[in-house]
Design a binder for this molecule. Structure first.
Ligand code: PHB
Length: 398
């Protein structure tokens, strides 16, 4: 068993202890799903976890949602995972790998049983080898870098979120049905934007669509999208596909409408463009945008309704995809820690999970350790209490 060498990690405090066990808990372990930490030995030993999420930079709002998703799972499960008390250290990923990789490596120099989080694809790619070498499990709860669960998969790297290419590929055939003159692709200039546009291009063109241009505004520094929007207008496209998230999504969506493109060039996007606080920030400019994503708080299932109710009661707002992904990360660790808490034992536990019952619907890990899951077509509509991402239909393009 790993020895705990670093007494400075603060025990997680301020979380309501106990006992709302939701209808959507309970993934299935191949070897049985006991409550007592069976198989993992001494549950008196706490598990030490790092949560790496942005608390600064353009993706900071995503980090807050992720923290809340993790906190809700712990609150519902007596502040324990796999029967072990949890000691949690939250570290700031910042906006880019410059900050995210350094923060994660500092965490690995302590003595953690596992790390959860990572929003930015470039950061995930930058830390992958360190986890592989240290034999400490990383549960990526957002970053969609395709290679993390593909060419660069590792026994020690798992993902409860999505891959960038898949989210976008799910939308391509749908967009091809309405987009007759051609699509213009516009996305943040880093791994996620590049992979998302590649995924969209692949299924969109396979379904008969034509791409008439693409542009990649600098990531994290662009505030004025007008030069890029001018290129869309000049291209003659009748639709656009975009990848932006966080503060960039708000700025892009508002400027797209202000520039007069909203009613003439139909905007499709990976669903991060209209998720959570971003949708509130963009307001009316976002109405009608169609996106693909593996979650909407509007999903009409008993498991999701119970989750949304409990999340709203605790945080006074609706959950986002980021919250769900991190809630599910806590869930898979809860199962895996029952096998043991040192790195290889946790991996064995993760390998034994046959499916995860999630607010998004039941999913399972694929061969690359990423979720095999349903993607949905969503449309921004006016709901009773403001704009919402209505679930239109499941998609089959990914
Ligand atoms: C990513 O970098 O992979 C990324 C970041 C923010 C998102 C989605 C993907 O909302």
């Amino acid at each position: 068993m790993r020895r705990l060498r670093k007494p400075t990690i603060a025990a997680l405090t301020g979380l309501a202890a106990a006992a709302l066990v939701s209808g959507c808990g309970g993934g299935s372990l191949g070897g049985g799903d006991s409550d007592d930490g069976g198989g993992g030995g001494d549950t008196a030993t706490p598990v030490r976890l790092g949560l790496v999420v942005p608390t600064s930079g353009v993706y900071a709002p995503l980090g807050e949602d992720m923290k809340q998703g993790f906190e809700l799972y712990l609150a519902q499960h007596g502040q324990k995972l796999g029967g072990h008390a949890v000691e949690l250290e939250v570290v700031d990923e910042g906006a880019t790998p410059a900050t995210g990789v350094a923060a994660t490596q500092r965490l690995l120099q302590g003595d953690v049983n596992a790390v959860v989080g990572i929003v930015n694809s470039a950061t995930a790619l930058g830390v992958r080898d360190a986890f592989d070498e240290a034999k400490i499990p990383l549960i990526v709860a957002n970053a969609g870098a395709d290679a993390i669960t593909g060419a660069k998969k590792s026994d020690f790297v798992w993902r409860t979120s999505f891959s960038n290419g898949q989210v976008a590929a799910a939308l391509g055939p749908q967009a091809a049905q309405t987009c007759t003159k051609g699509a213009f692709l516009v996305a943040a200039d880093y791994a996620a934007g590049k992979e998302a546009t590649a995924g969209f291009r692949q299924t969109f063109t396979a379904a008969g669509g034509k791409v008439v241009g693409s542009v990649f505004p600098p990531f994290g520094t662009t505030t004025n999208y007008q030069p890029f929007l001018a290129q869309i207008r000049q291209s003659g496209a009748d639709c656009a596909y975009s990848f932006f998230a966080g503060a960039e999504a708000v700025a892009f969506t508002k400027q797209y409408a202000q520039f007069g493109l909203k009613d003439t060039v139909k905007l499709y996007s990976s669903g991060f463009l209209t998720e959570g606080g971003v949708l509130k920030g963009a307001g009316a400019a976002a109405a009608g945008i169609e996106t693909s994503l593996h979650y909407s708080d509007q999903l009409d299932t008993p498991a999701n309704k119970a989750f949304v109710g409990e999340y709203q009661a605790k945080f006074g707002e609706s959950p986002t995809v980021y919250a769900v992904q991190t809630y599910d990360a806590a869930h898979v660790l809860d199962d895996a820690f029952k096998t043991g808490i040192d790195g290889p034992a946790v991996v064995k536990g993760l390998q034994g999970i046959s499916s995860v019952d999630s607010p998004r619907g039941t999913w399972r890990f694929d061969d690359g350790h990423g979720p095999q899951q349903t993607y949905y077509l969503r449309r921004v509509d006016q709901g009773a209490g403001g704009l919402v991402n209505t679930v239109v239909q499941p998609l089959s393009g990914a």
